[in-house]
Structure formats: C-alpha cells, structure tokens
Ligand binder design. Structure first.
Ligand code: DGJ
Length: 738
C-alpha cells in the first residue's frame, strides 16, 4: 500500500495489492483522473492514459495550441461553468450571482493513517500503518475558496475512502448549493447499475439496470437514508455474478438525504457522483468557515460481488463500528413488540421474560409503550419517563427483576419524535420541524423534533440519561418512524434554512455520541420503521440495526441477502417471529425461521409461552446451536450462493478465517413435484481440505473442491419430509483427517 506523488508528471498513484487509483494535475491546474481499477504497475509517468482529442465544437479551457477541453476529460472533482457539461461534483454561488468555479492544485500532503472527520461518522484506523491518506489542496482564485480533497487507501481492503472540505478564506460570502463527497470518471460505459431499492417492509431488494447515455440515479430526499433507496450503488459488468467479474461499489457513510448518480456521456465515459442530496441543501460560508462532506467508501472487486461485500463487511465491522460491542458476539435477544405491541404490564412482561430465560435467551428488550401515556401511537412520544400504571416499579424495578433472572435488559426509544398529545409538545410546540403558515404533515401521528437546535438535543439527552442512570440498561433500540417534511427551523434565519436537514442529522449524531460517551457499555441497535436507516453512518454509533419490520422468513431471505451486499452479518438484526406472520399472514416452519435468522444478530420476537412443547424444544435447540456457531456466523467470511431475487431458492455460507469450519444454509420457497436434481455448489472452502458435512441426520465426507465444484446434493425427498414449501437445510461443515 502506498500513495506516491510523481513530481515531474504531477501524478498521484494510490495503490495496494488489489487496486490502483491515479490522479493527475492537468495543464490547467485542475485535477484529472487517469485510472481506477485493478492494480497496475507503478511508474513515473502515466501520461499515456491522458486522453485529449481535437474537436472543433469543444470549449477549450486554455488558449491554442492546447487541446484541453473538459467535456471529454476524466476528472476528479469537476466544477461548473468551464466547459464540462456533465454533472458537477459541487456548485458554488458567489455574492455576484456567478456559479462558475475553477479550483486549481496548490499543494498536497501524504500522511500515515487516517484523520477523523469532525462531527461526522467515518472509517478509522487503529494503527497508522493500516492506511495512508492524501489531502490535495486546491484553490479558486476568484472567490478565494480552498478545497481539500481527502483520499485514504487501506493496506487490507480494496477500498478508497473520499471526502471533500470547503473553506472560505476570502472576504466575500459564498453559498455551497451542492457538495458531493466524491466524483469518479470511469473510462467506459459497459456497466449495469446495481442498487438496493424497496419500501417499508421490503427494504434493500437488489435491482440491476443497464446504463445508457444520460443520467441514472437513486436518492433519498426524506431527511434520512430511507427504505426506498439505500445509500449504495455499484457499477458492474453485465456478466458479473457473485464470484466473477468487475464491480465498483460506492457506499455513503451518512444517514440523511443522499444522491447517487451515474452519467454516461456522449463519449462513452461514465461519471459517478455521490453525496448529500442538493435539494433542501444550501450552506453559506463566510470568511473562516468550512463545510466538511461525509465520506464515500469506494470498493473495487474483479472477483464479483462476494469479494466486494466481504471488503465492506469487514471494513465496516472492524473500522467503522466502534465501542466495546464491536468485536463481541452479539447477545441473543427476545423483543416483546410482536408479542404484546403496547398492550402490556409488568406481570405480562415478566412472564414472557421468564420463559425467554428458560429457553436460553440472553437479553430481554422492552419495545414501544413503556413511557408517558403511550397506550397507542397517538400519544406519549417525547415523554421519556416511565408509565407507572403499566410498570409500577418503573424501568428501574423491571430491569432489576430481569437481571435477577440472569438476563440483560434493554429498552426501545424514539428520541427524535414527539406526539402532539405529549407533555413535551405542550411545553415546546416550536420544537417541531415545520414551516410557518403551512400544514404540519403528520406521519404515524407524530412529528419530528428540530435536532438542528442544540437545546432540543440537550433536553432529550437529559431525559434519557435519567432513565438509563436509574436502571440496569445494557441495550437500546433507537427507532425513527417517519420521514421529514416541511423542513424548516423556527430559530434559523432565512439564510440558514438550507442547512437544517444536514444539521438535523448532525444533531442525531451528537446525541448518539454523547450517550455512547456516557454509557459506553450499552449496545445500541438502530431502527427506522424496520430498516429505513440501515446505513454506514448509523453503524458508527450503533453496531447493529433492525433489518426490517417484515419478519416473514420468505421476505427476510431476500432482505437479508440484499443487506449482506454491503453490511456486516453481525449488524443485521434478525428475529424469529410467530406464525401466521403478522405482516403477510404466511405460515412457515419454525426450523426455517430460525435457520434464516441465524445469519444476523439473532433473536426472537414473540411470546414463547404461546408455543407448543415441541416448538419450545426446537427454540431451545436453536439457541444451543446458535451459541455454538455464533462466532463463526457473525464474524466469519460470508458468501452468497443462490440469489432469492432470481429464483425459488436461496443459499449462503459463513466460513471461518482458516476455512476449517463453515455453516451453510439452503432455502426453498415453493416445493416442486417431479422436479430435477438439486445441488448447491459451496463457496469459500479450501480446495484440498477434507470436510465432514452434517445436516439433519446425514453425514457426508468430501474434499473442498468436490463441495465447491461438484456440490452437495439437496434431496427433494428431504425437503418433502420437512414440509415442502418454505423449507430449509443447515449444513455444518468441519475439516477432518482424510
Ligand atoms: C417500528 C419498529 O421497526 C418496530 O420494530 C417497533 O419497534 C415499532 N416501531 C414500535 O413502535
């Protein structure tokens, strides 16, 4: 791994064993991109990659005989108004109304490790030797604005991390109308764009579409990253699959509105940009003020999606997530939401908790409904003190009772929200995000608190701290159940209204940071109506996230499969719930519900007292199994095998670092009569290792290359015996003496 600056050619080469990324200072002082992809040989001068052609229609940015016209050049962080007509990476409005910029290279700094981003989530190093970073300083002479583009390359991951920082050094004020975190020009257009799209209860479906000339984009303008589009896109070759082919991944470490675009230009290059969505964004900068963009993590793989996902999963699990839970096995929890909804009292909860303990559960989580007058979703949000009618001994008494049973205890909160029927709203109606003289649109009967205001964050921090200090709380599920609308802060002036949406997210981050600092032992799980804020920004504060409100196993197979494209298995909150399923009424076997939920931060979301003795026996067996293989599943290398978006089956495998142990899962959606032979070709094992494979009451002994190339037969009669539809098999694989 290195970042080299070649003085003579004025080129930067960032590389590690997998990737090369090459930047040049062009003749006009702006930055061009020469290459991004598989590692190439290091050399003094890559000018042969600089592509310039003469075309009479070109707008040239220098006098003749230069050919430099920006509309065909591959650039690094393109501006506006100087002859590049593709999408810009930023837009600055000057006091005189001009929107033209021209940032030219001034200097650079190469340094070991990676510096944190102020007030923003960011990938980090633990030791300087893990990564090397580059800050390139540019300046627009007319506005006297400084721009620093930051790049980090890790030794161990095929990843480049980018962000940008604007500082107004001149006397005039500028307004940043848009500031993307990264822009990359790729040399051809033969890609499909892969995105993780969906909606509430069907988050992160894998969608691929062929690029064509023009713009294709995904975005959220909802104030949070959203269930509709995840802040991730990949450009992939049409033939790329899980284990073969090129992938360029772009993942945004941010939890607010975002925009990711791919533009194919008339000359067959592709430009990708990613950053904060420019709608509802306008950031004024006066002399001495700066704006730091969040960061984009770009991963390149020439070995298909699995290699890309493993890079993201490991980087995010080990160098984005933080705190004492980062490397620990995550506790098996039971959450009472689908067991009781808001209809509970202490006696009911303790009964559920006692049976959970008997089954082997390690953490009991009390969901929505424990505070204020929260008997339904019309009231109570904002009043973070216990409802004594339901819980006469308080959270304090209940948490101690659960701890005395031998389990940890956790609670649900939704600190960014308020119901109009609450003491908080009655005391502070102006704390709600809303625009003067306009309707305040409700969603789930609730409104969003203005977290751009420090006093609002301080107040909630104080209320929550009191609850936590008074009780034995080991876990917090932090929910967020509506999107922002009528975005406006009652205390900001007209000039600053365009900063509110971003400042809202900074306020959320600030509250997380303060709670984490004060209560470092608490495990946070983020949530937003299920998985509407499952993004890398959140992982920096909460190392796990509730994946979806849809707990039906058929849907979960897809949601978990899509989520695993970017996010660590240990971060994916996955629970077994009751049947018929509460969301889609489907009835599926308990065995399968467990087998799928194992691949995540595993838990239950039902009242175990309502199960038959036979089902309870199976729950106990599931918990014993998970405790035995939890480390391998949560921390092993994860490979997707069969894609449920493409067919009737799904399959995946977690393999230990030394490839001596693995647990694979096979799922069939609907049964087939008189079907052909089924076989799964495993992945990630060691070719010449001899393995024993156990599933149900069967044992097979085969070499790794047999399991991966000839595959394991999946006998249809076994699937029939298990019930046919929605059945699954778990294969435990261990290296043995030949
Ligand atoms: C939405 C979450 O996704 C659910 O798990 C549950 O916590 C409810 N909110 C509670 O209101």
């Amino acid at each position: 791994m290195a970042i080299i600056f070649h003085e003579k050619s004025r080129q930067f080469h960032l590389y590690n064993t997998d990737i090369s990324y090459i930047i040049e200072v062009m003749d006009n002082g702006q930055l061009g991109n020469l290459y991004y992809g598989k590692r190439i040989h290091e050399r003094e001068d890559y000018s042969y990659l600089h592509e310039e052609v003469y075309c009479p229609h070109e707008v040239f940015c220098q006098e003749a005989p230069s050919l430099l016209g920006l509309s065909r050049m591959k650039q690094e962080y393109p501006g506006n108004g100087v002859g590049d007509y593709r999408i810009g990476a930023f837009l600055i409005e000057q006091e005189n109304g001009s929107r033209v910029s021209d940032f030219q290279y001034v200097s650079h700094e190469i340094y070991a490790g990676k510096r944190p981003l102020q007030n923003l989530p960011a990938v980090y190093t633990e030791k300087d030797e893990e990564a090397v970073s580059l800050d390139i300083c540019l300046r627009d002479a007319v506005t006297d604005t400084e721009l620093i583009l930051t790049y980090t390359i890790f030794e161990q991951y095929p990843a480049i991390i980018r962000s940008a920082r604007f500082t107004q050094t001149g006397e005039g004020e500028i307004v940043l109308q848009s500031a993307m975190s990264a822009s990359v020009d790729l040399r051809d257009r033969d890609y499909e764009m892969l995105q993780l799209s969906g909606a509430w209860a069907r988050e992160r479906s894998i969608v691929r579409r062929k690029l064509c000339q023009g713009l294709q984009s995904v975005f959220s303008n909802r104030g949070i990253s959203s269930a509709e589009q995840n802040p991730f896109v990949a450009l992939v070759r049409p033939t790329t699959d899980e284990n073969h082919g090129e992938v360029y991944g772009f993942s945004f470490v941010y939890s607010g509105s975002f925009l990711a675009q791919a533009e194919v230009c008339a000359y067959d290059t592709t430009r990708v940009t990613m950053g904060i969505h420019p709608d509802n964004f306008a950031w004024p900068l006066s002399q001495g003020e700066s704006f730091q963009t969040p960061e984009v993590v770009m991963v390149y793989s020439d070995r298909g999606f699995n290699y890309m996902s493993q890079a993201y999963q490991e980087l995010y699990a080990k160098r984005l997530a933080r705190g004492m839970w980062r490397d620990q096995e995550r506790p098996i929890l039971l959450n009472n939401w689908e067991a009781t909804y808001m209809d509970f009292d202490e006696e009911k909860i303790l009964k559920i908790a006692a049976t959970a303990k008997e089954a082997g559960v390690e953490l009991f989580v009390l969901d929505d409904g424990w505070f204020g007058t929260r008997d339904d979703d019309w009231q109570g949000l904002g009043d973070w003190y216990v409802n004594r009618r339901k819980l006469p001994n308080g959270i304090s008494g209940l948490s101690k009772a659960v701890e005395d049973m031998g389990m940890r205890f956790g609670i649900w909160i939704e600190p960014e929200m308020v119901n109009k029927n609450s003491d908080l709203y009655r005391a502070h109606p102006d704390w709600v995000i809303s625009t003067p003289d306009r309707f305040e649109s409700p969603a789930r009967q609730q409104h969003v608190l203005d977290y751009s205001r420090p006093e609002v964050v301080d107040h909630i921090y104080k209320m929550l701290s009191e609850v936590i200090e008074d009780s034995c709380i080991s876990y917090i599920k932090w929910d967020m159940n509506r999107y922002l609308s009528e975005c406006y802060s009652r205390v900001a002036g007209a000039r600053d209204q365009g900063t509110v949406m971003h400042k809202y997210i900074l306020g959320v981050y600030r509250l997380y940071e303060r709670l984490i600092a004060k209560f470092p032992e608490i495990l946070f799980e983020s949530c937003a109506s299920g998985g509407a804020r499952f993004d890398p920004g959140m992982l920096y504060y909460a190392p796990q996230a509730w994946c979806s409100d849809d707990t039906d196993v058929c849907e979960r197979v897809k949601i978990q499969y899509g989520t695993s494209l970017v996010y660590p298995i240990r971060s994916i909150g996955a629970h077994v719930s009751a049947v018929p399923n509460h969301q889609n009424k489907r009835t599926t076997p308990l065995l399968t519900r467990g087998n799928v939920a194992f691949y995540g931060a595993f838990g239950y979301e039902l009242d175990l007292n309502k199960l038959s003795a036979e089902e309870m026996k199976m729950v106990k067996e599931q918990i014993v199994f998970y405790k035995k293989y939890r480390k391998l599943i949560q921390q092993g290398k994860f490979y997707r095998i069969l894609n449920p978006f493409e067919g009737n089956e799904a399959s995946w495998i977690s393999v230990s670092e030394d490839a001596k142990e693995a647990v694979a899962m096979y799922f069939q959606r609907l049964n087939t009569v008189n079907g052909g032979f089924l076989r799964i070709l495993l992945t990630g094992l060691s070719e010449d290792t001899f393995y024993e494979v156990q599933y149900l009451d069967r044992t097979l002994q085969l070499y790794g290359n047999e399991l991966m190339n000839a595959g394991i037969p999946v006998e249809r009669k076994l699937l029939d015996k298990l019930g046919g539809d929605f059945t699954s098999l778990l294969f435990v694989i261990k290296a043995v003496e030949a």
